[in-house]
Design a protein around this ligand. Sequence first.
Ligand SMILES: NCc1[nH]cc(CCC(=O)O)c1CC(=O)O
Length: 309
Amino acid sequence: MQLERIRIGTRGSPLALAQANAVRDGLVAATGLAAEAVEVVVIKTTGDKVLDRPLSELGGKGLFTKEIEDGLLDGSLDLAVHSAKDVPTVLPDGLSLAGFLPREDVRDAFISLKVATLDDLPVGAVVGTASLRRGALVKRLRPDLEVVNFRGNVQSRLRKLEAGEVDATLLAMAGLNRLGRPDVATAVLDPERFPPALGQGAIAIETRSDHTAIREALAPLLDQTVGTCLAAERAFLAELDGSCRTPIAGLARIEADTLSLYGLIATPDGRRFEEEVMTASPAEAETVGRELGAELRARGGPAFFADWV
Ligand SMILES: NCc1[nH]cc(CCC(=O)O)c1CC(=O)O
C-alpha cells in the first residue's frame, strides 16, 4: 500500500527538529510524495516540560518519548524520530524500532571559553552536565573538578556557559554537527578516554510494529550496519537495566565483518569503574551485548551497584 500522507512526530528542540527534517527530506526523496504530504508534528514531552529537576530524579524511562509514542499508538503519527541514546531499551507493546539512519560522529565535545582541553582546567573548576555518565567520566579523569547539574537544550547550555555559570561543559559532537555548529567544540574527546553513551550519534525511527506501509517507505533510509551495532549496544544496556541513575558508556563497531563491543560501568563519583571489550560475529550482536552486560554486572558485584543509590 502506498501512503498518501506521512506524519512524523518529534520533540521541538532545534536538534530534534533538524533530525526530523532530515527524515522528512529522505522520505520525500524515497517515496516521491509532495513535500507538503510529509509533515513534521511537534510534540511536547514530560522531559521538555520539567526543567527544574535533574533528569535522574524525574525517574521513569521514556521521559522524552511517552507522548510521542501515544501518537503512534492512536494512529495520529506514522513514525517518530528520536536520538537513539534517548530511546528506552523496552518499548510499549505494539511499537518497535524500524531502524537507524547512518551514524553521525559518536564522540563527545569538551566546551570551554577559558581553556583548550579538560586537562587544562584549573583545580576545583566547575563542569556542568546533566549526564551521570559524563559526570562520572570527568571525575574519573579529574577527581579534583566539581561537577554540577546543568540542563536545557544545546543553545541554552551554551548561553549558561557564556554567562559564566560553569567553566566547561560537554555535548555530543553529533548534535553540534546536526545543528551546523561544530565550531562550538573546543576539543573533541577520544572515545577510548571518554566513551560515549550507548546509541550516541544514531537516529532511531520508531513506528507501530504492524505499520508495514511506513516501514517499507523507510527502508531505503536505514543503515543495516548501524542497526547491528545498535542491537549490541541496546542489548548491553538492557542487560544492565540501564536507567537514568546509572553511569554506563559503550560503543560497538564493525570492522572486517567482526563486531567489537566496548562497555563501561562506573560509580557516579568516577572512583570505581569496570570496562571490557568483547568481539563476535555481527549475527551475534544481541548475544554479545547481553554477555558484556552480565560480565560487567558480575564484576561490579552488588556492592558496586548499591553505591549508586
Ligand atoms: N540527551 C540529550 C541528547 N540526546 C541526543 C543528543 C545529541 C545527539 C546524539 O547523541 O545523537 C543530546 C544532546 C547531547 O548529549 O549533547
